[in-house]
Design a protein around this ligand. Structure first.
Ligand SMILES: Cc1ncc(COP(=O)(O)O)c(C=O)c1O
Length: 381
């Protein structure tokens, strides 16, 4: 395996304890959760509940029943956006959203006359929370904001946005894809009503896991209907959580793995993870600036970003840079628009895209050194 610098897409490597736990579940338990009364099924229930508890512990949620599992944050965001917003509502969002937010909003704009306002931000993705207050209208029902951009890395002032949302009695939905597990999040302190998360990035869990944590009373219609393992005579989804939103056999193996990777994250501590990543980001920003003709997008300040750095090398097409990094140096990075066209519009890179490195907990300064050396020789040619 070469040097993996695509942790913003999914984290790699995964902790052995997580892989071993999933293997143990599949070899020795096997039963699904929420559907049986025999010992193995009860054990599967316990493991799934443990994961809900771990999520609460990480984000300061108060009720494990309000942790809903989905297959990824895209499904979480779609569930909340589609299940909460009604015809003619107004929503405020950032100008740097991932398509997991942007497309469901645009679809509702087309189909249900949803009104969308995007908060202004600099071309480095820096938002001033006060600008959001000015966008509020009588029909504003939701603010949906990414916690950190997956292209520029910029961390958004979620705590301040939360205060504004609370003051105006507007719900706040946060996309934590790039921060959960990498940056401290407290749904109570930050007044986050719904925190959407994905399991396979900095939570170090397997792909196919994600969810949302409900921290308020809010009427959200479920996206799916189907079996929940109980109350089978009801013709509609039960009205209690989590069953209301978890139709169909869950990804028990994935959730068991996620529970174990969360335990691993807790053992290290998110503060320590952030400390290590911030120092690597700082190092990467410094070293990358040595490369001839490099243009780095986003704030050049490690305290303002997560481990996401996007750049271009002069006129060399981003695809060529990424291809050479892979083919010649075995370095894995992501290239293109990163499913976030609005961020690239801000950066002026909608046509050419950019190269993005995603720094994770298991990266080292050595990895950055090898990357910089490779970029220097690509740039020289
Ligand atoms: C900010 C942001 N939101 C949403 C997503 C979608 O994540 P998933 O593919 O796990 O649903 C990503 C993934 O890259 C992301 O970076």
């Amino acid at each position: 395996m070469g040097i993996y610098l695509d942790n913003a897409a999914t984290s790699y490597p995964k902790p052995d304890v997580m892989i071993n736990k999933m293997t143990d579940y599949m070899k020795n338990i096997g039963a699904t959760a929420g559907r049986g009364g025999y010992k193995a099924a009860v054990e599967a229930d316990r493991l799934v509940y443990f994961c809900r508890e771990m999520i609460c512990k990480l984000f300061n949620g108060s009720d494990p029943a309000k942790v809903i599992f989905t297959s990824n944050i895209t499904e979480s965001l779609n569930t909340v956006i589609n299940g909460f917003l009604e015809k003619g509502d107004h929503v405020i969002t950032s100008g740097i959203e991932h398509n997991a937010v942007w497309r469901p909003l645009k679809t509702l704009e087309r189909d249900k006359c949803l009104e969308i306002s995007t908060a202004p931000c600099t071309n480095e993705g820096i938002t001033n929370a006060e600008d959001i207050e000015e966008l509020i209208r009588p029909n504003t029902r939701l603010i949906v904001f990414t916690h950190a951009s997956n292209v520029l890395g910029t961390i958004q002032p979620i705590g301040e946005i939360g205060k504004i949302a609370k003051r105006h009695n507007i719900k706040l939905l946060v996309d934590s894809a790039q921060t959960a597990g990498a940056y401290p999040i407290d749904v109570v302190k930050d007044n986050i009503d719904i925190l959407a998360f994905t399991g396979h990035k900095s939570l170090l869990g397997p792909t196919g896991t994600g969810g949302f944590l409900i921290n308020c009373d809010m009427c959200i219609e479920p996206l799916k209907a189907g079996g929940t393992g109980g109350d089978s005579t009801l013709e509609f989804q039960p009205d209690y959580s989590p069953n209301r939103y978890e139709a169909g056999t869950p990804n028990v193996a994935g959730i068991v793995g996620l529970g174990e990777s969360l335990k691993y994250v807790h053992t290290i501590g998110v503060d320590k993870i952030r400390e290590k990543e911030e120092s690597l980001i700082n190092y990467a920003l410094k070293r990358l600036s040595e490369v001839k003709d490099i243009e780095i997008y986003g704030p050049k300040d490690s305290t303002k970003i997560v481990g996401v750095i996007a750049f271009n090398l002069g006129d060399i097409p981003a695809e060529d840079v990424a291809h050479e990094l892979d083919a010649k140096y075995d370095i894995m990075v992501r290239v293109g628009l990163h499913c976030a066209p609005t961020a690239h519009t801000l950066m002026g890179t909608l046509k050419k895209g950019a190269v993005r490195i995603g720094i994770g907990y298991f990266n080292t300064k050595k990895h950055i050194d090898v990357l910089v050396k490779a970029l220097k020789s690509i740039s020289k040619k």
